[in-house]
Design a protein around this ligand. Structure first.
Ligand code: CDP
Ligand code: MG
Length: 690
């Protein structure tokens, strides 16, 4: 089997694109059947006019929340803590901060509104700035996300990721900048929001005890978990805002769809053929590779001469995109053109994209989960929860009756978990334990809404001890190194690398590698041109592995004159926006290093220096080649494989470190670097148990 390229994105890419949809069109046996066959419904609804012609003020007035304005303001004035529940799209995030601001309830302080995701923080800030008398973002309304702060002294309403507010709490645990803190999308239960629950609750109490500026806390959620939130916040008052949602016709597939990507494409074309052009389609998939593959596939098929349906524009949406790319999904498309958005769960509740009439739900989501027994966090594609399924289908019924095609059977739906497990109970807690210690709080004493397991707390401390951030397991204090690590907005392993790079004389190189790894995919691998892309990037390749290749790419990129950058990126299949973004991240990390008195040094060509330096943070991620040609992880003896996208795929280095584990049918390692095994003893004496 040719699984060299992109095995993780399922068979869709291995087939020639044409037969998939058109076979399905012509061949009944391959048609995906849905339980409700009322296809005629597809044509019945909606006019051919696009939305967006109403003035912004008129749109605001028409939101379900509008009628509740005064009632809400009364409640917010009266209570210092309030839980607000309301259907996605009813106007919570965009309107409530404006209501508070216009009634001056924030007094002399600011209003903070947290979002679990960057794209939501930015898009909502832009929207609110626009709604408030066409102001530009950065004035009264601003946003702050990792590596990007668009606020000024004038900013009164600040949208920020939950991670950013947590960082602010490290320098001021009373959060004195704010008089109102809105923890939005609380139902998502991201690890940062969960920690913030405890931090703001404590800040509110401390400010009350000290009789300094009172803090108002609003918890906003799109689901009905009122009791849980209210109980935690000392049985605070909860209000429910009724949404204006329209009925959604739900169709389950008759048979399970193992190849859900192909099923998404096929279902899209089924809709595309019949629905009016202004009925937009939102497809839920799990991650970048898959989304890009499906976008590519749909775009290719749309160019076929015999495809039936209006012109269409396809937009991917996932976390690792740059902000500018993400913003494209909000642009309007020409009249009589269909918009197709292929998204991760970011479009579930965080952002509202108008015009969506059809939802195609793969039923899958990519989650990070941590197994304290093996000590590894893996990215895994899992089934969504029933709650998520409802949220997804709800996206189609925002403006009129909607349609949702679920690519799973009714039985599969019934066997899904009712709600999603909070992230705090399934991820590695080392970073949270470190950040809490920097705040002077011990994770064991922290007032969590849902407690993480004792095993995962122990395991987090083991990791911090190995990284020398604490001296003892369960220590109440950070070491000086640990305190330094907490200054960086990075995973503790990478903060450690950056700090040790001073000792190894390779700060330049460490900065580059970490910036290049910071979320954005630098390499562009269009499904049809994978081999060509790899060939064109051959010159950057390194026998030491992917991390050195990224270093080479960045060095070359920096040598290219501004006018040639675009063509150079195209030629080498490098994602221009992402590498430009990586450069910005690098600059910010460099400034942080300077601020922490880490002088910027370079090891030039002495690559052993940077290889050793990477090991100072990634020594827990070592895999070794065994006699039977298999790789085994040193820490837990698990059998693993080199990911086919790695430059080391097909080679068999004796010992490697990696940054990421992906679990599909097998366990794969990504972002590799070869090391010498002897270095382990030299660099982390006592760690190498074998
Ligand atoms: O927070 P909630 O889900 O309740 O709604 P919201 O984010 O405040 O959005 C309210 C409405 O504003 C949405 O239904 C959209 O119609 C509109 N909106 C928009 O057009 N563009 C944005 N970037 C954000 C919201
Ligand atoms: Mg919202």
């Amino acid at each position: 089997m040719d699984s060299k390229y992109n095995f993780s994105t399922k068979p869709i890419l291995k087939r020639k694109p044409e037969p998939i949809v058109f076979n399905i069109k012509n061949d009944n046996s391959k048609k995906i059947k849905f339980e409700d066959k009322s296809n005629s419904l597809l044509n019945k609804h909606g006019s051919n006019e696009r939305r967006g012609k109403l003035s912004l003020q008129e749109q605001k007035r028409r939101l379900p929340i509008f009628d509740k304005r005064n009632q809400l303001l009364n409640l917010i004035t009266r209570y210092n803590t309030l839980v607000i529940i309301g259907e996605t799209g009813c106007g919570k995030t965009t309107q409530i901060p404006q209501y508070i601001f216009s009634a001056r309830l924030q007094g002399n302080g600011k209003i903070a509104v947290t979002q679990p995701r960057r794209v939501a923080a930015i898009s909502i800030a832009l929207r609110v700035a626009q709604e408030m008398a066409n102001g530009s973002v950065g004035d009264t309304v601003g946003y702050s996300v990792r590596f990007e702060d668009v606020t000024s002294k004038k900013t009164k309403i600040k949208f920020l990721t939950d991670g950013m507010l947590l960082r602010e709490a490290i320098s001021d645990n009373l959060l004195m900048n704010y008089t109102v803190i809105i923890l939005d999308e609380a139902h998502e239960r991201t690890i940062h929001t969960d920690v913030l629950f405890g931090i703001v609750k404590q800040a509110q109490k401390l400010r009350n005890d000290k009789q300094v500026m009172p803090l108002k806390v609003l918890i906003m959620s799109a689901t009905m978990d009122v009791d849980h939130f209210s109980q935690y916040f000392n049985h605070c008052k909860a209000v429910y805002i009724e949404g204006r949602t329209y009925p959604v016709n739900i169709y389950h597939s008759i048979k399970p769809q193992d190849d859900y990507q192909t099923a998404c494409v096929a279902t899209f074309f089924k809709i595309h053929k019949q629905a009016p052009p202004n009925h937009d389609v939102l497809i839920f998939l799990t991650g970048q590779d898959e989304i890009e593959a499906v976008c590519y596939h749909i775009r290719t098929l749309l160019r076929e001469p015999d495809v039936e349906g209006p012109p269409a524009r396809v937009f991917p949406l996932y976390a690792a995109q740059s902000s500018a790319q993400q913003m494209q999904v909000f642009q309007s498309v020409p009249i009589n053109t269909r918009k197709v958005i292929v998204s991760t769960n970011v479009a579930e509740t965080s952002v509202t994209i108008t015009g969506v009439k059809y939802v195609i739900d793969s039923g899958m989501v990519k989650v990070r989960s941590y197994n304290p027994a093996t000590g590894f966090e893996v990215l895994k594609v899992n089934r969504i929860s029933q709650e998520q399924a409802w949220q997804r289908s709800g996206r189609s019924g925002r403006e009129s009756e909607g349609f949702c095609y679920r690519l799973y059977t009714k039985n599969q739906f019934d066997s899904m978990c009712l709600s999603t497990v909070p992230e705090i109970q399934r991820v590695n807690l080392a970073n949270v334990a470190l950040q809490l210690l920097a705040l002077g709080i011990h994770i064991l004493n922290f007032d969590f809404m849902d407690k993480p397991s004792p095993e995962s707390i122990t395991s987090a401390f083991e990791q911090l001890k190995q990284l020398q951030a604490v001296e003892e397991i369960f220590s109440k204090r950070l070491t000086p190194l640990g305190s330094k690590m907490a200054q960086f907005p990075l995973d503790p392993r990478f903060s450690k690398i950056l700090i040790s790079s001073q000792e190894y004389g390779c700060v330049e190189e460490a900065l580059t590698i970490i910036a290049m790894l910071s979320g954005e995919s630098i390499l562009f691998n269009p499904p049809s041109k994978r081999e060509e892309a790899q060939m064109m990037r051959q010159r950057f390749s390194s026998a030491y592995g992917d991390l050195i290749m990224l270093l080479n790419v960045f060095r070359e990129f920096n040598k290219i004159g501004q006018s040639n950058i675009r063509s150079w990126c195209q030629e080498h299949y490098i994602n221009l926006r992402n590498i430009v973004y990586a450069k910005q991240i690098r600059l910010q990390l460099q400034e942080l290093c300077e601020w922490c008195h880490i002088p910027i040094s370079s090891c030039e060509g002495k690559l052993d220096q940077i290889r050793k330096c990477m090991l100072t943070g990634l020594f827990m991620n070592v895999a070794e080649l065994h006699r039977d040609r298999q790789y085994i992880m040193l820490s837990n003896k698990q059998v693993v494989n080199i990911h086919p996208s790695s430059v080391l795929h097909g080679q068999q280095p004796a010992c490697v470190i990696f940054t990421e584990v992906i679990q599909t049918s097998k366990c794969y390692l990504r972002n590799l670097l070869t090391i010498e095994k002897d270095w382990l003893n030299e660099i982390v004496p006592g760690y190498a148990k074998c």
